[in-house]
Design a protein around this ligand. Sequence first.
Ligand SMILES: Nc1ncnc2c1ncn2[C@@H]1O[C@H](COP(=O)(O)OP(=O)(O)OP(=O)(O)O)[C@@H](O)[C@H]1O
Length: 299
Amino acid sequence: MEKNIFSRKLIDLRRKNQLSQAGLANKLFVTRQSISKWENGESEPSIDKLISIAEIFNTSLDNLIMGNMSDKDKLVSISHINKSYDNQVLNDLSLDIYDNERIALLGLNGSGKTTMISIMTGLKNADSGDVKFSFNKKKSLKLMPQNDVLINDMKVRELLKLTQLLNKLKDNNHIESMVKEFNFTELMDHYVGSLSGGQKRRLSLLLSLMAPSKLLVLDEPTVGMDLETIDILWKHLEHVTGSILMVTHDFNQIDKFFSRVLLLKDGRIENDMSVDKIHSHNQTVEQWYRTNNGGLNHD
Ligand SMILES: Nc1ncnc2c1ncn2[C@@H]1O[C@H](COP(=O)(O)OP(=O)(O)OP(=O)(O)O)[C@@H](O)[C@H]1O
């Protein structure tokens, strides 16, 4: 079996289910060291343990071993989307998004990334095609748009409270710790309109991460962020459960953090690749992107 995929899958599933190595070892009647070896790719579980792992995480064996997702894990199904402004931007675009994925959406400026995200999240209508969610979109789909959508004549504290009420978030301690983590403690009584561009960006990020989500969509979140905020972003995303779809061209992070890359070109998903697969061909995602999107090797 493809060791790489299984190892990473196991780590992902454990993280998502907030189960420690010891906790999983306990459920499987194996030592913690065995789990550690499986996750490091040093050894593989027996078939009966694999079946138990699939059962514990409520997923298919196929998904566990090959990274193949089953319909059970499907979160969003985008089918045959067309969208034109003056020119056709999206041309019969289809895409499935599964549970527990970290997806980077790549494509040249103007290729239609924001349009695709806007249609997916319901901000814009497609000319034709269909978007289906397997979960409650209103509750569990979160979007951090490219341009901040903030209420300027509210204080930071009031906007946070409003977001807390809208999302029915009861855990005040969690919100307080996020406010600290995002360095807003000193700014709580400032008006949103008086914040700097970078601070507004940080606030947008905080608002989109406050409630847990099934799918978190981020459109070029790091644009306009200072380095400290970018660090906060990546650190925080490590703990986000559910799937993430992000428009980003931060290739270092894609290699480290993401599991799947999509390339939007000529109005459709021209290339859809697992990051593990790219790495197993001794390529970085940036090399793969340049080869496939007409960077240095455009013909
Ligand atoms: N409201 C609109 N009216 C007319 N044309 C539009 C509108 N919104 C987007 N477009 C056009 O659609 C195309 C795709 O735009 P979109 O913003 O989706 O691309 P993108 O891949 O997100 O680009 P970028 O990387 O620059 O953010 C562009 O040619 C853009 O000019």
